[in-house]
Design a protein around this ligand. Structure first.
Ligand code: ADP
Ligand code: MG
Length: 324
């Protein structure tokens, strides 16, 4: 190389150095610099994805680049924050230029869609793993937290739930999807659409919010635990896609839908007097929002099955949420 950069710097320069429009200083110095607006809280979150644990080793690198950022954008959405800045710590077994180019494309295409800048990171050698940190702003005191749910609140979920987990269950031989259904479902796994606009629109409306990453029941369970309440969810009202509709009546299918994760939809709670405003959000943002249950006094998440009868889902699903 003419400029004689060692491979690590070359790699960063080639694949991960882009103008950082919304930062004072981006990639290249010892630290990045950002300017936080007056009256705003800085929202910060980080997520690690490990090969074999969080993604199949044969994942398309472009999908992986998308997903690594999407799960972080989703955390900003769940806080009601506006994302601006992101950092990428990459551990790579080797330097594969084509792989990196595809990964960077997935990452930067999504970053551009949300006007987020990559302002720094770290690059090391080792088993494939990715850590993305994201930072954003939320008006001071207005973040959507997990601890505000009150008895009597409605429980809502955005979009539909279960396709990503059905794709995983299919890969593990627990359910059988048709080839067409699998291809559609697996895209929900790899290319989740973070609900960033919805999260911001819910400020002042939702009493608590979380993004569905570990599974609807587990994540609603976190809201309940931190809010000191319980919840009752009506299984029949959980919104599913046409694919989900074909599997909801089997035990493995239902387990994937209610206890599987990776949907990156928002689950939130709100008082009954917010129903109309929430319905208006559906039209404004073109995102289905569905009421799936109620917050009550007590603890844990209970399920109501067909004909309103209490039901349990099989053991594996319950592993995902403690205290039940
Ligand atoms: P230092 O040794 O001072 O931490 P590095 O060599 O790790 O510096 O990084 C040099 C610059 O490149 C820093 O600005 C860092 O934030 C950035 N950087 C390193 N790896 C990545 C990456 N994978 N993506 C984006 N920026 C990166
Ligand atoms: Mg470093």
């Amino acid at each position: 190389m003419a400029n004689n950069l060692p491979p690590e710097f070359e790699l960063i320069a080639k694949h991960f150095t882009r103008p950082a429009a919304n930062a004072v200083l981006g990639v290249g110095d010892d630290a990045a610099l950002v300017d936080v607006s007056n009256g705003m809280d800085l929202a910060v979150s980080t997520d690690t994805m490990v090969s074999g644990t969080h993604f199949f080793p044969d994942v398309d690198p472009e999908n992986l680049g998308h997903k690594a950022l999407a799960v972080n954008l989703s955390d900003m959405a769940a806080m009601g924050a506006m994302p601006y800045w992101t950092m990428l710590a990459l551990t790579l077994p080797s330097v594969d230029d084509d792989w990196l180019a595809a990964f960077a494309k997935g990452f930067f295409d999504l970053a551009a869609e949300f006007d987020v800048s990559l302002i720094g990171g770290d690059t090391t050698r080792g088993p494939l793993s990715l850590t993305v940190t994201i930072m954003g702003e939320v008006p001071a005191g207005a973040a959507l937290r997990r601890n505000g749910a009150k008895a009597g609140n409605d429980v809502w979920v955005s979009g539909n739930i279960g396709d990503a987990a059905l794709a995983v269950a299919h890969r593990h031989g627990k359910v059988v999807l048709t080839e067409t259904d699998y291809h559609e479902a697996v895209m929900r796994l790899y290319e989740p659409a973070p609900r960033v606009k919805l999260g911001q629109a819910l400020r002042g409306m939702a009493t608590a919010a979380i993004d569905v990453s570990d599974g609807l029941l587990a994540d609603l369970g976190h809201i309940c635990r931190l809010s000191g309440v319980g919840a009752t969810v009506d299984v029949n009202s959980i919104p599913v896609s046409p694919i989900g509709g074909r599997h909801v009546s089997s035990s493995a299918g239902l387990t994937a839908i209610v206890a599987g994760g990776d949907d990156y939809e928002l689950c939130f709670t709100a008082p009954a007097n917010a129903r109309e405003s929430i319905a208006e959000l559906t039209d404004m943002l073109n995102i289905p929002l569905t009421r799936i249950g109620q917050i009550r006094r007590g603890k844990g998440v209970s399920l109501l099955g067909p004909e309103g009868k209490p039901m349990k889902i099989d053991g594996r699903g319950y592993d995902h949420f403690s205290g039940s």
